[in-house]
Design a protein around this ligand. Structure first.
Ligand code: NI
Length: 188
C-alpha cells in the first residue's frame, strides 16, 4: 500500500467532474482503494474521494466512528451518530429524504487547517456499488449523511466552501475553535 499525495484546493483535479468507474471489480480499482485507505488513515480523515489523490474517477471511501457527537446530532437531533464501517462507494448517487437542512462545521484534507459551517441535508438515501460489484443502498442522517455528501461533492468538483452560506464562519480551525465549541474534526 502506498500513501498517496493529497491534492489541495486550487489543483485542477479537484475542480472538474470525475468519470464513472467502468469496472468496479478490476484489480486497478482494488489497488487504488488500498492506497486510498492507507492515505486516509495516515491523514486521520473520515473520508476520501479519488480526485483528492489525483484520480478523476467516481469513487469515495469513508468510515464513521461510533458515538461521535456533532453539534447537529447532540443538540437538535438526539442520539449520537451510529458507527459505519469502512465503506467503498463507487459511482454513488444521493437523494435527500426531506427538506431538513442543518449546518455544522466541516474540514477537508484538501483544505488543511481550515474549517467552516456548511449547510447539508440531514437525511439522505445513497446508493452505489462496492468493490465486489454488489449494490449498496442505505439511508443516512446527521454526521453520516454529511460525510457522504461532502465526499460525493468532490466527484463534481465541489469543495465545502462552495456550499457555505455564511463565509464569516470560514477560517483557520485553531482560530475558529476560540469562537465555537466543540472544535471541528478531521474531514475528508
Ligand atoms: Ni474533502
Amino acid at each position: 500500500m502506498t500513501n498517496l499525495k493529497i491534492a489541495r484546493m486550487g489543483h485542477p483535479v479537484l475542480a472538474r467532474p470525475a468519470l464513472p468507474v467502468q469496472d468496479p471489480t478490476s484489480p486497478r480499482i482494488r489497488r487504488l482503494v488500498e492506497d486510498m485507505m492507507e492515505t486516509m488513515k495516515t491523514a486521520s480523515g473520515v473520508g476520501l474521494a479519488a480526485p483528492q489523490v489525483g484520480v478523476p474517477l467516481r469513487l469515495v471511501l469513508f468510515h464513521i466512528p461510533a458515538g461521535r457527537r456533532r453539534t447537529e446530532d447532540a443538540e437538535e437531533y438526539g442520539d449520537p451518530t451510529e458507527g459505519v464501517p469502512l465503506t467503498v462507494l463507487i459511482n454513488p448517487q444521493i437523494e435527500p429524504l426531506d427538506e431538513t437542512v442543518v449546518a455544522a462545521f466541516e474540514a477537508c484534507l484538501s483544505i488543511p487547517g481550515m474549517t467552516g459551517l456548511v449547510p447539508r441535508h440531514h437525511r439522505i438515501r445513497y446508493r452505489g456499488v462496492g468493490l465486489d460489484g454488489q449494490e449498496i443502498l442505505r439511508e443516512a442522517e446527521g454526521f453520516h449523511a454529511r460525510v457522504v455528501q461532502h465526499e460525493c461533492d468532490h466527484l463534481d468538483g465541489v469543495l465545502y466552501p462552495m456550499r457555505m452560506s455564511d463565509l464569516t464562519t470560514f477560517g483557520f480551525a485553531d482560530e475558529i475553535r476560540l469562537r465555537y465549541a466543540p472544535g471541528p474534526d478531521a474531514g475528508g
